[in-house]
Design a protein around this ligand. Structure first.
Ligand code: IPE
Ligand code: IPE
Ligand code: MG
Length: 250
């Protein structure tokens, strides 16, 4: 990535950058960021919220249509209960402190994941964030919370099977669109770019169906260190990729 330095001074290069319609982000490395500073993991999560604010601002500024942030996976329940509680508390406080501003910025918030198994307080916070921004037409901000792609696909399969049994769906007509429309992401475009911080190179059960042709960009920075320079470097990397979708070079 030799263009890294040049991209810090963004202005002259901007016209050459393709802005993805939909960016999915695996916000990783909070715990290691904190550990490296002799802090508890919770401080990494707290610092990560600042990066959430930064990426939302950047997405609005650069005209991204849709931003999906992976903030708690269905597998993250394997963590100590204090850490799980802390992360849940952060989402609660984020909504309390940022919802009014996001709503005023025309952001539409949606939460994907298994919300049925969340406690009532969490459900109502989610419902409030969605209902207060439902009519907005700017950035689509999707928070993947208690989300796992395999569970999402299982859920879709069950609902399609039930419709088939009820005679509402003819099995012979089931196609990609049928599956897509039964996922939590329904009407959203598939992510063009999936960005993961902290140097880990895997999807960890994030948007498995939707990422079939996403460009994957992995950066070394931990999520709390995410900033405009990292954002632009990822966009430059995305711009430099040749997306062939199984065809030949464009
Ligand atoms: C990402 O940071 C946040 C969540 C998964 C909730 P981590 O907490 O996974 O940080 P590392 O990967 O342990 O450093
Ligand atoms: C993926 O990160 C989940 C989120 C970013 C919310 P993890 O830190 O949980 O992933 P693994 O365990 O390293 O694969
Ligand atoms: Mg991690």
């Amino acid at each position: 990535m030799s263009s890294t330095q040049a991209l810090v001074s963004k202005e002259p290069l901007l016209e050459n950058i393709k802005v993805p319609k939909h960016i999915g982000v695996i916000m990783d490395g909070n715990g290691r960021w904190a550990k490296a500073r002799g802090l508890p993991r919770s401080e990494g999560h707290r610092a990560g919220v600042e990066s959430v604010r930064r990426i939302v601002e950047l997405s609005i500024r650069y005209g991204v249509q849709c931003l999906t942030l992976f903030s708690f996976s269905s597998e993250n329940w394997r963590r100590p209960p204090e850490e799980v509680n802390f992360i849940f508390g952060l989402l609660r406080r984020f909504v309390a402190s940022d919802l009014a501003r996001l709503a005023a910025q025309n952001v539409r918030i949606r939460i994907i994941g298994d919300r049925d198994s969340l406690e009532a307080g969490m459900k109502s916070i989610i419902a409030e964030a969605e209902s207060k921004t439902a009519a907005n037409t700017g950035l689509d901000l999707i928070i993947a919370f208690n989300y796992g792609a395999k569970a999402e696909i299982i859920d879709a399969v069950k609902r399609i099977a039930a419709k088939a049994r009820a005679g509402e769906i003819d099995i012979a007509t089931i196609d990609e669109a049928t599956i897509s429309q039964h996922l939590h992401t329904q009407d959203l475009p598939d992510p063009d770019l999936i960005l993961r911080t902290s140097g880990e190179m895997r999807l960890s059960n994030f948007l498995l169906w939707q990422s079939a042709y996403s460009e994957l960009v992995f950066v070394e920075e931990s999520w709390p260190d995410f900033d405009e320079a990292v954002f632009l470097r990822a966009l430059q990397e995305f711009t430099d990729r040749d997306r062939r979708f199984g065809g030949v070079e464009s």
